[in-house]
Unconditional design. Sequence first.
Length: 93
Amino acid sequence: TGLYPTFAKKAEEEGYPEVAKTFRLVAEVEKRHEARYRKLWKNVKEHTVFKKDDKVYWKCRNCGHIVYNIEAPEVCPVCAHPRDYFEVWKETY
């Protein structure tokens, strides 16, 4: 994430303000990516990728089956895909 501000500064110095602006915008996106990856890494280290403290909705990314439980199932009861296909589901519409 530290590269883009440097790129922006260099572009500004070389007379490319629009390129500098783009690099600054990309830097903001990268900050969010880094925060997300750090949270995901924490989940992996703490073994909470497929197990939560409270019940949540788990959705199979293959068939769409939804389960309400603390843990994602080992295997989807509908399509038989493994646990890796499950993600925490949130309704966003």
